[in-house]
Design a protein around this ligand. Structure first.
Ligand SMILES: Cc1cc2nc3c(=O)[nH]c(=O)nc-3n(C[C@H](O)[C@H](O)[C@H](O)COP(=O)(O)OP(=O)(O)OC[C@H]3O[C@@H](n4cnc5c(N)ncnc54)[C@H](O)[C@@H]3O)c2cc1C
Length: 545
């Protein structure tokens, strides 16, 4: 007998587990989430939410709730980039070590924002709960075994010691870098391992705010304390977060860092011996680079830090994990609701392992550059943050694109190529201004213009969707369409000519496009059948791809 029966069990209630619960519930899939802590994070940790991540929350109906959590107007902080000086007091002479290009209204309807995990985890938990997720804090997963029909897990309530048996169709392991689930499954990780040890020091200091109040930056590195101390601006200043490195190989231990020593490190980094410093918390952590060999083991999926960890340089950790959750949730929903074929679930590993590995490599390169030991090859291989976070490409059996393309391109190219995030174009719909990104959530979507030639595509797509049992919407774009582009020509943005068509997946990734019209309905049917079937996991990838 099982105490609980649920379609999807999520292990871990960090940003990734909570996002999985939210997205899945939004897709109509019942979830239970177990988290061993008593509640959501009380510390800010990951402070930067990227434009693509915000697009995902926006599509899930949570845009304004998350946007409301922004700490001040953080965009100028991002514009300030990453700066360095000997002390924080020497901010006027600080040099810029990295200035990532940012999003903009022509690239995304959203933009990066600063906001700690403590703020957005709370909102994710509330919203997922309101949508029906069964969220159990203070509950730790201790056992897990799977058979061809499902997964049986045992979780233990931390306060009472009571054990609960859960039977689930699928399990998502979002239980962080020391993942219990990954260990139980025996999935190895590969990579550099630990690249540094750091101590997050959370503290209050009015003097520091007075010193820096006119300066905007993402991170400010000071070298005066004998170790590089990074000060984050995106969290705001109540509390501040500074993270000096420490050296276990030289005998240093986290417990050596008393409050007095931490206050001293901050005063030295600030270049002000009399700086007021009140220590709030000290958390040791490892900057590591490791990627799990497999992100799927039958009915269990690894997501977030359980699947890939990278040094925080670039701020990719929580964001990449939330993108994992977004990629996986619609696929699980499609399969559980009978719309997606089993092959769709394989594409989770195919797509996200490649992206997780690329992110981990990019984070490592940034880490080397910031700490001054990058090779020329490192510098050459680094691509702009916006490409890493918004411009990555999938090459899987679900998209009609050549296999083994590089995940990252040297330039940002969001031009409607299959495997990339659909271009953002502002549209007018019945007097309302929306983005193309707002068209994508639970259905596959076919975009065409209103030319007679394009009608074959829409007719064929609807017929194939009925045949396969998929949910598909078709939209006509153009000056005389139901959706009227406002800022640029949609066809040009998506790389199609008059009479062409684009098929977009529920996660806003382009699955297929035909730049040109189909000759007739029979031709349209033949081409759409393969592409739509593959996009929804109903057909194997063609041989040799
Ligand atoms: C100082 C610092 C700065 C960072 N800055 C950024 C940034 O700017 N941007 C960014 O994107 N990322 C950043 N990161 C990384 C980011 O914090 C992590 O990538 C992110 O928290 C990973 O989310 P997650 O949900 O996968 O894992 P976690 O947040 O680690 O959550 C996993 C959860 O699983 C729970 N758990 C573990 N085992 C069990 C079990 N057996 N049963 C039940 N629950 C369990 C844990 O208690 C935990 O709450 C930063 C990290 C640090 C340390």
């Amino acid at each position: 007998m099982h105490d609980v029966r649920v379609p999807v069990l999520i292990v871990g209630g960090g940003p990734v587990g909570l996002s999985t619960a939210l997205f899945s519930q939004r897709h109509g899939v019942g979830t239970m989430l177990v988290e061993k802590r008593d509640g959501t994070s009380t510390l800010p940790r990951a402070p930067g939410l990227q434009a693509r991540t915000l697009e995902m929350f926006r599509s899930a109906g949570l845009g304004p709730d998350i946007r409301a959590l922004e700490i001040g107007d953080s965009h100028p902080d991002f514009e300030g980039g990453i700066i360095q000086a000997e002390t924080f007091a020497q901010v006027a002479e600080a040099v810029t070590v990295e200035r990532p290009s940012l999003d903009g209204p022509s690239i995304s309807p959203e933009r990066v924002m600063g906001c700690g995990q403590d703020r957005y985890e709370r909102v994710l938990a509330e919203k997922a709960g309101a949508l029906g997720a069964d969220i159990r804090f203070g509950t730790k997963l201790v056992e897990l075994r799977q058979d061809p029909d499902g997964v049986t897990a045992v979780a233990e309530e931390q306060h009472s010691g009571r054990r609960i048996t859960v039977r689930a169709d699928y399990v998502v392991a979002a239980d962080g870098t020391n993942s219990t689930v990954r260990a139980l499954l025996g999935v190895p990780r590969h990579g550099r391992g630990t690249v540094f040890d750091a101590l997050s020091i959370y503290f209050h200091s009015n003097d520091l705010e007075m010193l820096l109040k006119d300066h905007r930056f993402i991170l400010f590195y000071a070298s005066a304390s004998g170790t590089l101390t990074g000060l984050s601006r995106l969290h705001g200043c109540s509390p501040w977060l500074a993270a000096p490195l420490y050296h276990p190989d030289q005998g240093e231990k986290p417990e050596d860092f008393t409050d007095e020593r931490c206050a001293q490190i901050i005063r030295t980094a600030a270049g002000r011996a009399d700086l007021d410093v009140e220590i709030v918390a000290k958390i040791p952590w490892e900057g590591a680079q490791l990627v799990a060999e497999r992100f799927r083991v039958d009915r269990v999926f690894l997501a977030g830090d359980a699947a890939h960890v990278h040094p925080p340089a670039g701020g990719f950790g929580a964001n990449t994990g939330i993108h994992d959750a977004h990629n996986l949730s619609w696929k699980l929903a499609a399969v559980l609701q009978g719309r997606g074929g089993a092959a769709l679930l394989d594409t989770y590993h195919e797509e996200r392992h490649a992206v997780g590995s690329a992110m981990a490599a990019q984070a490592l390169v940034r880490n080397r550059i910031r700490h001054g030991y990058a090779t020329d090859e490192d510098k050459r291989s680094m691509v702009d943050d916006i490409i890493v976070t918004l411009g990555y490409r999938y090459s899987s059996s679900s998209v009609s694109a050549p296999a083994d393309r590089p995940v990252l391109t040297p330039e940002l190219r969001l031009e409607g190529e299959p495997g990339t995030r659909a271009p953002h174009v502002w549209l007018e719909r019945d007097g309302e201004r929306i983005s193309t990104i707002d068209l994508f959530w639970d259905d596959h979507v076919l975009l065409t213009d209103s030319s007679p030639a394009a009608r074959h595509w829409a007719q064929a797509a609807r017929s194939v969707a009925d045949e396969l049992g998929l949910s598909l919407r078709t939209h006509v774009l153009g000056p005389d369409g139901e959706l009227v582009p406002q800022d640029r020509d949609w066809a040009q943005a998506f790389g199609v000519h008059e009479g062409g068509a684009v098929l977009v997946r529920p996660d806003a990734m382009v699955a297929w496009r035909s730049p040109h019209p189909a000759g007739d309905l029979a031709q349209a049917l033949a081409r759409i059948r393969t592409s739509l079937a593959r996009a929804a996991g109903h057909a194997p990838a063609p041989a040799g791809r």
